[in-house]
Design a protein around this ligand. Sequence first.
Ligand code: TYC
Length: 111
Amino acid sequence: MASGPGGSGGGDDRSNTAIITRTRTRTKRPSLYRVLLLNDDYTPMEFVVLVVERFFNKSHEDAYQIMMHVHHNGVGECGVFTYEVAETKVTQVMDFARKHQHPLQCVMEKK
Ligand code: TYC
């Protein structure tokens, strides 16, 4: 006589009962961080535009607008990223500014 999977072949119903356990997948959205440029009196406008184009993938027009916003308001947002990406942007901008001996400051803040 054939006996199916989990079956005894002897008519024991309990041996054919499947138990499906499913744990709920808990998804947590990552915290987001703004990356900001700060104004100063010495960094050339064109350098700031280049930074915004290069590290924040903005068009020349958008980069110019962001630079002018920072120039007039003291601070401005270049983008919003997860923690590690924001941290990388800040490091890249600060390294690039230092390399060119400009005092440009870039910071991140939790949204
Ligand atoms: N204020 C600077 C100037 O007049 C230009 C500037 C803009 C500097 C934005 C920094 O994040 C900055 N040359």
